[in-house]
Design a protein around this ligand. Structure first.
Ligand SMILES: *[C@@H]1O[C@H](CO)[C@@H](O)[C@H](O)[C@H]1NC(C)=O
Ligand SMILES: *[C@@H]1O[C@H](CO)[C@@H](O)[C@H](O)[C@H]1NC(C)=O
Length: 340
């Protein structure tokens, strides 16, 4: 009897031990496989780290982000997908500080009101893609510099220039970065499209990307290129806030700059985005069209400045005509466009 009991205890102990060992083992294997994926990811995105401590810190962030993305995709019940893209080793704060950059001046000190030239437009096409009308240059990459505001303003200006003159010219974000320090514009530390338009109006134009190429860092204003404009605008107008109908009237006529809360779509990889996000405007993009997906979901077509591998070849579809008046992620709060 005593002997049987002892044997049972020993067998139980052994079982517990072996389960513990295999758990520890699979835990180690799991960590190793994530480490392997981190290495592959580093190679794919040309990422290097200063030292082992930095690498371990980045590995932890990568692992958390990877687990979040895989859990999301594996749930399989969403209208869009995420991917482990070039931002996977950044924390949310690092991401917002370095890859976005919309900094509005406080609304109480913003007095500019403009007329809305498209307010009486009644006929709009059921869908529209300004790329098909050759009014959109290829997707650019702001890199590690919070100047989305320059990319958004430039894309809208490239659009209206092509619509008015028939010429699609890639224009210079770097000129805005270096020279448009009016208002609260602070180069890579953020700014606003309206300030950029004001600068371009006062400067009587903006030069081309070729003449003044993008460096992803703020430099001194090249006054020679500054005074060699490739395109001009006369003024800009704001789309009435919190009104997706008005936004549609404007986009039907030209690409439109919008501010947006980007916190929900950093890993977006395709589909119609309808995820959770606030209305804390921290990023700027350009709406270049709209349409309706096969399942009937209406969407806006957005050009981003995070390179061509992000999203749908650099673009995003995001749900249109949502219940919230601000639009999804606040995209209808602060829209504007240049007038040429
Ligand atoms: C998808 O499934 C997850 C987990 O079951 C759930 O939390 C989430 O609300 C679902 N989302 C949708 C859009 O149905
Ligand atoms: C729109 O129509 C109203 C009423 O006819 C008119 O007062 C207003 O000036 C028009 N707006 C524009 C931008 O043409």
């Amino acid at each position: 009897m005593a002997l049987t009991l002892n044997t049972n205890i020993i067998i139980s102990l052994l079982m517990v031990l072996s389960i513990w060992a295999s758990l520890a083992m699979s835990r180690t294997l799991y960590e190793a496989s994530i480490a392997e994926r981190h290495e592959q990811w580093m190679a794919r995105h040309g990422r290097t780290y200063e030292d082992q401590a930095e690498k371990e810190k980045r590995f932890k962030i990568f692992k958390q982000n990877l687990e979040f993305i895989e859990k999301f995709n594996n749930a399989g019940n969403q209208t869009y997908k995420l991917s482990i893209n070039q931002f996977a080793d950044l924390t949310d704060d690092e991401f917002l500080a370095s890859r976005t950059g919309y900094k509005p001046v406080p609304s109480q000190s913003r007095t500019a009101t403009t007329s809305f030239g498209y307010e009486n437009l009644t006929e709009v096409p059921t869908s529209l893609d300004w790329r098909e009308k050759d009014a959109v240059t290829q997707v650019k990459d702001q890199g590690n510099c919070g100047c989305c505001w320059a990319f958004s303003a430039v894309a809208a200006m490239e659009g209206i220039t092509q619509i008015k003159t028939g010429k699609l010219i890639s224009l210079s974000e770097q000129q805005l970065l270096d020279c448009s320090t009016n208002g609260n514009n602070q180069g890579c530390n953020g700014g606003m499209m309206e300030n950029a338009y004001n600068y371009i109006i006062n400067n009587q134009g903006l030069t081309s990307e070729t003449n003044y190429p993008y460096q992803a860092t703020e430099g001194t204003c090249d006054t020679q290129q500054e005074t060699a404009p490739a395109a001009q605008i006369q003024s800009y107008e704001k789309v009435p806030s919190n009104n997706e109908e008005a936004l549609l009237q404007a986009v039907a006529k030209q690409p439109v700059s919008v501010a947006i809360d980007s916190s929900g779509f950093r890993y977006y990889n395709g589909g119609v985005f309808d995820g959770n996000c606030g209305t804390n405007l921290n990023h700027a993009v350009t709406i270049i069209g709209y349409g309706t997906a096969d399942d009937g979901t209406k969407y806006w077509l957005i050009k981003n400045s995070w390179g061509q591998t992000w999203g749908e070849n650099g673009y995003m579809r995001i749900k249109r005509d949502v219940e919230a008046v601000e639009g999804l992620c606040g995209l209808a709060k602060d829209a504007s466009y240049p007038v040429a």
